[in-house]
Design a binder for this molecule. Sequence first.
Ligand code: EPZ
Length: 417
Amino acid sequence: MDKLRIRGGRTLRGTVRVSGAKNAVLPALAAALLTDGELTLHNVPRVHDVTTMFRVLEHLGAEGIVEDGNSCRVRVRSLRGPEAPYDLVRKMRASVLVLGPLVARFGRARVSLPGGCAIGERPIGMHLSALRSLGATIDLAHGYVDASAGRLVGAAITFDQKTVTGTENILMAASLAAGTTTLRNCALEPEVVDLASLLTKMGARIGGAGTDVITIEGVDSLSGAEHTIVPDRIEAGTFIMAGILAGGDVTVEMCRPEQLAAPLDRLRAAGARLEIDGERVHVTGGADLTGRDIITAPYPGFATDLQAQFMTVMTQARGFAVITEAIFENRFMHVSELKRMGADISHDGRRAVIKGPTPLAGAQVMATDLRASACLVLAGLIGEGWTELNRVYHIDRGYERIEEKLLALGAEIERVS
Ligand code: EPZ
């Protein structure tokens, strides 16, 4: 099992280029199920979750997926079988994104319930009730979702709360339904907008993506398309915080700063020195930081996927910072690991209080989920001595070549098998 070893204290300098967004490419790959045409995707990050989605698609019937650097070509002419099996879905709950496309195009889907993960129970009830509204019959048995339908029929649907993959699943399903679907209380995430732009290139008729209300006029079929995946705003935010903690001067390029408005606002309010220049963010480290409170929220609020990384920054800020995790019920596993490195944090349920600044000491730490791993890498960059991050497969799920990118910025980091 690989681990990352990081010696803290090095000053980061230079430019890092953000990869394509994992959470945009996963629904884009699922969209390949909606057509017998070929999808060509560019700016695809080489991360484990993408490889897992390739496996799921091949299991369902995708012809040999061609990968060429950060591009891939996917085609699903026919269905080998409607089942996304447990051993693949348990590795990546985003596999649930094949549900909508399978029912819409083939009238059949058998997808393992994703089950919980480290950060929470992660139910999919909103996905299922919305599919029922489109006319699908949904049964739950033996840990699987069994869905079947004739042609789906457009409907008016309002989500009880914002759900990113729920919005994406229904966006895809409604694209092939008969008639018009109106989705209300949709997720506004840039990854939803990116999926809508891909579906439009495939021939879907979608209006309002990126707003609370999305209207989809179903069409009889969709064609293949070529699409470049949006940059990963979470990776961009992670490297910006690396620059705040351990810069020198770091430039994060190929990012969309407007998609990071809430996190950048809070980081600036804490005293971080950031300068936006088009698709670049220049970070100058060494600023005196002050504790600032955040509450995670659906986009455009403070992204829950940047909460753990922000906590590492707050360990170096003067005074108190209160972090409220309002999206997931158990997304503070990184707290105990940061405390082992010397952080002063107390937490109950959904609220953590960080008192800073506290010097961090390198330690053997355990990654528990993708973003907690990133927060521990940031802590390792400033921890005195060596930090050893175990279970690094978590970070490989969502960060492309993170040690190479940090090495290029001057960090002392190595992967140890
Ligand atoms: C997406 O997960 C992202 N994953 C997550 O990123 C991200 O943290 C999350 O959105 C929130 O922004 C992908 O896009 C592949 P939700 P998703 O449905 O869609 C509850 C990462 O690190 N809920 O928006 O699964 C749910 O439990 C990952 O890259 C229901 O109750 O999240 C959560 O509390 C982690 N019923 C809240 O809604 C449902 O049917 C938001 O979940 C669906 C969701």
